[in-house]
Design a protein around this ligand. Sequence first.
Ligand SMILES: C[S@@+](CC[C@H](N)C(=O)[O-])C[C@H]1O[C@@H](n2cnc3c(N)ncnc32)[C@H](O)[C@@H]1O
Length: 314
Amino acid sequence: MSFEHKSVLLDETIENLNIKPDGIYVDGTLGGGGHAWHVCSRLSEKGRFIGIDQDEAAIKAAGKRLEEFGDKVTIIRSNYCDMKEKLHEIGIDKVDGILLDLGVSSYQLDTVERGFTYREDTALDMRMDQRQDKTARDIVNDYSEFDLYRIIRDYGEDKFAKNIAKHIARARKEKPIETTGELIEIIKGAIPMKLWINSGHPAKKTFQALRIELNRELEVLKNSLDEMIDILNEDGRICIITFHSLEDRIVKTIFRKNENPCTCPSDFPICVCGNKSKGRVVTRKPIAPGEEEIAENKRAKSSKLRVFEKHENR
Ligand SMILES: C[S@@+](CC[C@H](N)C(=O)[O-])C[C@H]1O[C@@H](n2cnc3c(N)ncnc32)[C@H](O)[C@@H]1O
C-alpha cells in the first residue's frame, strides 16, 4: 500500500515557519514527509532538516520522499518528546524552526490492520509505535470500568461515556473483546439508535479516546512544548497543527504561558517573580483552513495552526 496523506494547512505552515535557507528545521511528526519536502526545498546546501516519527512505515515513506535532498536530511525514529536528546546526539542543541502536525496520518487510518479505523473489522491495535507492547485491546479489556468511562468522557468527549464503559465491562465478562468490529457492536448497544443514526459514526469518539490514551498523545504534547521552545534560536518559530479542542487548548495555554509567565498578583506595580517571557504568540487566533482546502480534504476540517516566535533578548 502506498503512503497516501494530504498535508493540511501546507502553505500557511510553510509561510509561518519563516524559513531561513541556512537554518536548521525539525519536523517532530514527519509522517510521509509532505510538509517536510516543502521545508527541505527551501533550504540551501548549508541548511539542515531533521525529521522525527515513531512509526516505522512513516520513516520508510519519508526516507524515500526526501532522498533527493541528500545529506541535508536526517531521519530519526523516535517520539518527539525526546527531540532535545535526539538532536543533542547528532550535535545539534539549537534550531530555527519546529513543526508538529499532530495525530495520525491518513496512511495509518487507512491501513486496516493498524486498528485505527472504525470502518473495518480488525484487531484492536492503534499503536503509532509498533515497538510498544500495549495495544488498544489491553485498554478495552484491562482498564477498570471507571477508567474507561474517564477516558471516553475526557478524550472522546462522548456524552454516553458512562453507558459505553458499562457495556464494555459487561461484554468482556463473557469473553475478551478482540476486534474493532466487536467493540463497535458493543458501543452501538450503548447509544440510543435514533441519536447515532444522524450524527456520524457511533464509535468515532470512543476510538479517538482509546487512541489518545494508548499513545499518550495529550501527555506527550503537554510535557514537550516548553522544552521545544527552549531549543529554538532567537526569532525561531514553532508551528503546531492540532485536530481537536483538547490538543488546541494545550498548545494555546502553553504558548500564552511562555509569552507571559509572570505569576505576580495583578495589583503588583512591578514584576518580582523573575519569570521572563520567552517570546510572542504570533497567532492570536488560530489559522484555520479555507473552504477550498476543506472541500478537497475532509481531514482538514477541524485543523488549526498556532505559531509561537522565540525572543529572549528583547
Ligand atoms: C498527521 S501525520 C503527519 C503528516 C505530515 N505532516 C505530512 O505532511 O506528511 C502525524 C504523524 O506524526 C506521528 N506522530 C504522532 N505523535 C507522535 C509522537 N509523539 N512522536 C513521534 N511521532 C508522532 C504519527 O506517527 C504520524 O506519522
